[in-house]
Design a protein around this ligand. Structure first.
Ligand code: 1HE
Length: 263
């Protein structure tokens, strides 16, 4: 258990190098109210130093039904809605650009803000029950949790426009094909698979994981000349760590595992 004052809508547990965080508001389909968003922020900002990867899942029949719609009924003014959205941005930024990789285990509805939350994680594992939707159009609102920045980078602007304009859902299989998830596993296998991936990730060199989270997306979004240069700097920083030197020697002296097909 973590003593960082999480709201009752979040359950956290530490298992060695892995932290398991669960959205725990199943009676509201894990809809995200402000306290939960602030709790997510607090959790990722205060991860114990021994934690090397996080698994995020949802309790009950669905991963997450998105924004708690009660939070946007009768806002006092437009600025209040802007600040609300920025609170989401800060929390999800802490996930995407935090200290450790985050693996999401998806099932059932991954809807609206739930899709935005999933998009802020680094690896998404979906079960066949998963479906993605962006029903903001039906509700008369817009994305506000960074989804218009992150989700098109996963599945492309035309598909986001299709989902938002028509209100249709994307199946688990379609989501896998279009990049909403990297993995599609069997029913009931999502959490175990996500945890297995997280344990594998936790064994990587810390500097490489840092580079994958912080350097890679920025290099990919920059102009190629700046990207090549930043890549060289990052490569030098990573290779210069004692951990890299040890791992390279381990391989050359036949103590390290080889690359094999599969996980
Ligand atoms: C909610 C919410 C919610 C459920 N806010 N209360 N998100 C949506 O538009 C999705 C709205 N939810 C749904 O379409 C359905 O609930 C589900 C398909 C996800 C699940 O259906 P089901 O039949 O399993 O559950 P339910 O009976 O609809 O919901 C159970 C309860 O949760 C019910 O309340 P109750 O008092 O009648 O028990 C629902 O009202 C409540 N509930 N979802 C509030 N989202 C930063 S901007 C992000 C913008 C968005 O996220 S827009 C998308 C919002």
């Amino acid at each position: 258990m973590l003593d960082i004052g999480l709201p009752p809508t979040l359950t956290a547990e530490i298992d060695g190098e892995i932290a398991l965080l669960r959205l725990s508001r199943p009676h509201k389909r894990n809809a995200l109210d402000l306290a939960t968003i602030q709790g997510l922020h607090r959790f990722f900002a205060h991860l114990p130093s021994g934690v090397r990867a996080v698994v995020l899942s949802g309790e009950g029949e669905h991963f997450c039904a998105g924004l708690d719609l009660e939070d946007v009924v009768e806002p006092d003014d437009i600025l209040e809605v802007i600040h609300h959205s920025q609170t989401w941005h800060q929390a999800f930024h802490e996930i995407q650009f935090g200290r450790v990789p985050v693996v999401a285990a998806l099932h059932g509805a991954v809807v609206g803000g739930g899709f935005e939350l999933a998009a802020a994680t680094h690896i998404r594992v979906a079960e066949p029950s998963t479906y993605y939707a962006l029903p903001e159009g039906q509700r008369g609102i817009f994305l506000g949790g960074g989804g218009s920045v992150r989700i098109p980078r996963l599945i492309g602007v035309p598909l986001v426009q299709d989902l938002m304009l028509t209100g249709r859902t994307l199946s688990a299989e379609e989501g896998r094909v279009h990049g909403a998830s990297q993995y599609l596993v069997g029913a009931g296998e999502g959490l175990a698979h996500a945890t297995k991936l997280a344990r594998k990730i936790a064994r990587n060199a810390e500097m490489t994981n840092f580079a994958v989270l912080h350097a890679l997306p920025r290099i990919a979004a920059s102009d190629p000349a700046a990207g090549f240069f930043t890549e060289s700097l990052m490569a030098a920083i990573a290779a210069g760590t004692p951990e890299a030197q040890q791992r390279l020697r381990d391989f050359l002296e036949k103590r390290a595992g080889k690359v094999k097909p599969g996980l």
